[in-house]
Design a protein around this ligand. Structure first.
Ligand SMILES: Nc1ncnc2c1ncn2[C@@H]1O[C@H](COP(=O)(O)OP(=O)(O)O)[C@@H](O)[C@H]1O
Ligand SMILES: [Mg+2]
Length: 288
């Protein structure tokens, strides 16, 4: 068909079969291409989790179509192939950990696929190394920090060797260091392992790290584009009660005072770099 990894066509969904029930998803058309990093934003109740569950056939459309690598998610015989290709990581790591030893937990998924034990061993070791938890392989998961637990949960998904992972608010329950660990892991999976990432988040600094932002409101996609474009339109974001990254907000305040840093200020590093360049050009003192 085409190069899209996941593709929805006029996807509609209602949790109830009754005719007058409201659609939670309304003609959603979205494509995820192989290896890309998409951040999915929107208020609570806008339909993000419902959409995400269609990406691995946990939910099936009430109307329209969802394809994963051209496989129709409504085809029951393809369900396992689809779930192997699209992994899911949720908010609470405690609900995702099933075993009492880290490496057994990571092995759980591939064991259920009926994979050869030697191959399982290789996958578990590799997955734990990827998330930097190999040294903890014989530890008890319940004694780990939130960020470590979430990384073990991610290793369990990687061990299935998916080509796409959907993360539904994976950092929402974590402290700042846990959040950083998990975000660095997510970015590594995408940039080094070429795994497509769909990240649902309320944290705009996290969203700014994506290739593309998709914004949902009331069951519809209302806007999409690169982070630099989306976050420089602060009027749009504010109009929909959405935040922008702190560095972008700072750049906007400076712009109001006639100090324009450019459109692509998304992180403290980019902000510092832009200010430094400006300062060197206009009145910078090279002595110190
Ligand atoms: N299992 C469910 N049964 C009935 N309604 C649901 C269920 N899950 C979510 N909803 C409703 O669907 C809408 C979208 O929810 P959800 O996809 O969870 O949004 P988000 O993830 O953006 O917060 C909300 O109105 C929510 O109340
Ligand atoms: Mg949700």
């Amino acid at each position: 068909m085409d190069g899209a990894f996941i593709k929805t066509q006029n996807l509609c969904f209602s949790y109830s079969e009754e005719e007058e029930s409201v659609n939670v998803l309304k003609n959603v058309n979205i494509e995820i291409t192989p290896g890309e990093f998409v951040a999915l934003l929107g208020h609570n109740g806008s339909g993000k989790s419902t959409l995400a569950k269609h990406f691995n056939a946990m939910l099936l459309p009430s109307g329209g179509k969802v394809y994963v690598r051209n496989m129709d998610t409504e085809d029951e015989s393809l369900k396992f192939a689809i779930r192997q290709q699209v992994g899911m990581v949720l908010q609470n790591p405690d609900n995702q950990i099933v075993a009492t030893i880290v490496e057994e937990d990571v092995a759980f998924g591939p064991e259920n696929l009926g994979i050869d034990p030697k191959e399982i061993r290789r996958r578990v070791d590799e997955a734990l190394k990827t998330v930097d938890m190999y040294d903890y392989r014989t530890h008890a998961p319940h004694k780990l920090s939130g960020g470590q637990k979430q990384r073990v949960a991610i290793a369990g998904v990687i061990a299935m060797e998916p080509d796409c992972i959907v993360f539904d608010e994976p950092t929402a329950m974590l402290d700042p260091s846990g959040r950083r660990e998990v975000m660095n892991t997510i970015e590594k999976l995408c940039r080094q392992k070429n795994i497509a990432v769909v990240l649902i988040t309320h944290n705009m600094d996290e969203a700014a790290r994506a290739d593309r932002i998709v914004i949902m409101d009331n069951g519809e996609i209302i806007r999409e584009g690169p982070p630099a474009e989306i976050f420089s339109d602060s009027a749009f974001m504010r109009g929909h009660n959405l935040d922008i990254p702190q560095a972008s907000a700072l750049a906007e305040e400076l712009k109001k005072r006639g100090f324009y840093l450019g459109a692509s200020v998304l992180s403290p590093e980019q902000c510092a770099e832009a200010i430094y360049k400006y300062w060197r050009c206009y009145g910078g003192n090279s002595e110190n």
